[in-house]
Structures are given as structure tokens and as C-alpha cells.
Design a protein around this ligand. Structure first.
Ligand code: SDX
Length: 377
């Protein structure tokens, strides 16, 4: 690339493709999946419906929904050798590294892993949606010295995950809170992990490789890894009375406050609006509003000092904490929700593909002659 061309660092503002899945208006704080507002979907839909919506473009009718549920149920179990692998992992294995490794391993037992036809990719997409939840739950049980819990066919995707995680059927209210969290995290246009997946698919590599790339990308604290960091911050603050001072100190030290700011949203992330309510309601139900109160003070302080709004990772942290979920599982949970958006994006990429290969401006040394090693200083 010739010098003096405009460089868009981080591809900020660069439109790399079209997508018919998700629309974001960052100034209005608007988010829609296939034309349905995220607030309406959170209130009235289920994760299974949203999976169908993202993959097929319409909300499912009752027959389609039943068929999707049956296919997810039929694909929830994971291979014995993967469970063996999870049991071999060191106890302090990073949860996202474990998920990344497990998804790679799932490819090895999928007879269609190298079949890039749309029909095979659609089958693999649902296998990944079904199995990633089982992987995360099994990983958590195994690292705590417990046997994995087999999935139950009679439970929804959200309820079954909590059942496999805790070994008991969750209360309907808790299952519904988790179902809404899955809906809120399902897709989000050209975020970094989706872009990573699309780049991988654009070489016509397989869907498992693309999802593995996405998991590795989501892991970072500037992206999906922020939710775990938010809870670590809330735990460090501990008391609502400490929150204002803690934030003032952090900002004075030029620290980034995890869960705030966004490349696209310049007002409140509409997902944070829903998650703030879930965090408050769970806290009130459990008579444990401390985390919500700390969050509210942090939110007010960051807005006042930096003009930044909470993103999806801020209130999801206290919501998951109040659900009794271990903090380092928050990002794997983000992944097991976002798999729906990743695979829907991958189907789009494969259907209308062009190798993704941007330019770069060279700023290294000018052309120069080679010097043999015995003539170098
Ligand atoms: C997700 O893309 C998606 O859609 C992602 C996601 C999805 O659903 O897939 O929405 C999920 O990843 C949400 C974001 C989670 N990450 C965090 O919460 C980490 C903290 N946030 C930031 O690091 C930051 O806001 C980003 C990475 C999210 C966005 O960064 P940008 O667009 O590159 O903005 P920037 O880093 O250039 O910041 C602009 C200014 C800077 O100030 P100056 O240096 O110009 O003075 O805002 C400041 C930043 O310092 N700033 C922050 C801040 N975020 C931005 N200051 C303190 N705390 C923060 N969190």
C-alpha cells in the first residue's frame, strides 16, 4: 500500500459487509435482530426462538419451534473422549481456553466437520448451539471434582444449562432470567469475535475453525472478557459507600472501567437497560441489593466523569453473580449465547463470500542489500 492513504485503526467506521441479521443504531441506542427490537425479544421471546430467527430470518411457527427444540435436545450430549479431555485439564485452566479447546475437539468427532455445504453447515450450527452449553457446564462440574450432569430432554436450553451446571432443576424465574440473558447476547452485528469468525470463513475454512477463532477473540477483556472483570471490580469495591472513591481513583490512574464504553453505542446500550432491571429484581428478590447499588453508583460516577454508558457486560456481571454463577464462567456464557449469532453470520459469509484481506501501509526500512552474518557488527 502506498504511504499517505487514510488508515482506519481498528477498522473504526469501516463498513466491511452487509448483514441481514442485526441492526444497531449507536446514537439512538437501538438494537434489532431481523427487525425485532431487542426489548421486545427479551420480554416476549425465548432463546430457541431467537436461534431460529437468526438462522432462518423469521420467528418460528409452532411446528418449526418444536423441530428446532427437538434437534437441539438430540444434540446436547458431548463425546466421551471430550469429557476425558476436560478431566485432564489442569484445575486452574482458563475457562475460555477450555471452551476454545473443547470446540476444536468437537470438530474431531463431527463426521461433517470438513463439509462446507450449506446443509451440513446448518446441521453443525445447531450442534454447536446445543453442545457449547453442555461443554461449559461439564467443565465447571469437572473442575469442582463433580461428575458432569447429563442433559435433560424436557428442559429448555436455558433451564437445561442451569440444571447441568448445578445438578438441580432451576426455578422457573431463574431459568427465565438466564433465557433473557441468552437472548440479549445472541448477536451484535460486526463485533470483533464475529468479524474474526467471518475472516476465518472467508478463506473457506470450516465452521469449527471459525467458531474457535471467535472464542479466542471474545476472550479478550476489551470484548467478552469484560463481564468477568466487572464482577472482580464490584467485589473489590465491596460496599456502595466505597464506589464513588474507587472510581475516582481508578479514573485518576487512567484505568479503563470495565463494562463501560462501546465502539458503536454513544448512548445506553439497550441490553444494559434490560440487564440493569434483571440485576435489580434479582437483588431485591434475594435481599442482596449491594451489587446493584454499587453498580448504580459506579454507573453514575463514570457517566459524570467520562460521559460513558454501561454496555452489555456491566449489569450482566451482577446478574450472573446473583444467579450463583462463578465469575470466570461469565465469558463462556457470553460465548454459548453468541454462538447463535456467530453461526448465522457464518452462513451469510459462506453464502456470499469474498476473501477478507485488507491493506496495510508499510513503514519499515527502505530497500537495502543483504549482509552475510560474518560481515555484521
Ligand atoms: C462488548 O463490538 C461489540 O458489539 C461488542 C459487544 C458485543 O455484543 O459483541 O457489544 C460486547 O465487547 C462490549 C464492550 C466490552 N468491553 C469493555 O467494557 C472494556 C472497557 N471498554 C473499553 O475498553 C472501550 O470502551 C471499548 C473497547 C469497548 C471501545 O473502545 P473504542 O471504541 O476503541 O474507544 P477508545 O478506546 O478509543 O476510547 C475512546 C475514549 C478514550 O479516551 P481518550 O484516550 O481519547 O481520552 O474513551 C475512553 C478512552 O480512554 N474510554 C474509557 C473507557 N472506554 C473508552 N475510559 C475509561 N473506561 C472505559 N471503559
Amino acid at each position: 500500500m502506498m504511504a499517505d492513504q487514510v488508515i482506519h485503526k481498528g477498522l473504526e467506521g469501516v463498513v466491511v459487509s452487509t448483514n441481514a441479521l442485526t441492526y444497531i443504531d449507536g446514537h439512538a441506542g437501538k438494537l434489532m435482530y431481523r427487525g425485532y427490537l431487542i426489548g421486545d425479544l427479551a420480554e416476549q421471546s425465548t432463546y430457541e426462538e431467537v436461534v431460529w430467527l437468526l438462522l432462518h430470518g423469521e420467528l418460528p411457527n409452532q411446528r418449526e419451534l418444536a423441530a428446532l427444540k427437538a434437534e437441539l435436545v438430540a444434540n446436547r450430549t458431548i463425546p466421551e473422549h471430550l469429557l476425558t479431555l476436560l478431566k485432564l485439564l489442569p484445575a486452574d485452566t482458563n475457562a475460555m481456553a477450555a471452551l476454545r479447546t473443547a470446540v476444536s475437539m468437537l470438530a474431531l468427532s463431527d463426521l461433517e466437520s470438513e463439509d462446507n455445504s450449506e446443509a451440513a453447515n446448518r446441521r453443525k450450527a445447531l450442534r454447536l448451539v446445543a453442545k457449547m452449553a453442555t461443554v461449559v457446564a461439564a467443565f465447571e462440574r469437572i473442575r469442582n471434582g463433580k461428575e458432569p450432569v447429563l442433559p435433560r430432554p424436557d428442559l429448555s436450553h436455558a433451564a437445561n444449562f442451569l440444571y447441568m451446571l448445578n445438578g438441580e432443576v432451576p426455578k422457573e424465574t431463574m431459568a427465565r432470567v438466564f433465557d433473557v440473558c441468552l437472548i440479549l447476547h445472541a448477536d451484535h452485528e460486526m463485533n470483533a469475535s464475529t468479524f474474526a469468525a467471518r475472516v476465518t470463513a472467508s478463506t473457506l475454512s470450516d465452521i469449527y475453525s471459525a467458531v474457535t477463532a471467535a472464542i479466542g477473540t471474545l476472550k479478550g477483556p476489551l470484548h467478552g472478557g469484560a463481564n468477568t472483570k466487572v464482577m472482580e471490580m464490584l467485589l473489590e469495591i465491596q460496599d456502595p459507600d466505597n464506589a464513588e472513591h474507587w472510581i475516582k481513583e481508578a479514573l485518576a490512574n487512567k484505568q479503563r472501567i470495565m463494562g463501560f464504553g462501546h465502539r458503536v453505542y454513544k448512548t445506553e446500550d439497550p441490553r444494559a437497560t434490560v440487564l440493569r432491571r434483571l440485576s435489580r429484581e434479582l437483588g431485591e428478590k434475594q435481599d442482596s441489593t449491594r451489587w446493584y447499588k454499587i453498580s448504580r453508583t459506579v454507573e453514575q460516577e463514570v457517566l459524570a466523569q467520562k460521559g460513558l454508558y454501561p454496555n452489555v457486560d456491566f449489569y450482566s456481571a451482577s446478574t450472573y453473580y446473583l444467579m450463583g454463577i462463578r465469575t470466570d464462567l461469565y465469558t463462556p456464557i457470553f460465548a454459548l449465547a453468541r454462538i447463535a449469532g456467530w453461526v448465522a453470520n457464518l452462513l451469510e459469509q459462506y453464502a456470499d463470500n469474498r476473501l477478507i484481506r485488507p491493506d496495510s501501509e508499510y513503514i519499515g526500512p527502505k530497500e537495502r542489500p543483504y549482509v552475510p552474518v560474518n560481515q555484521r557488527n
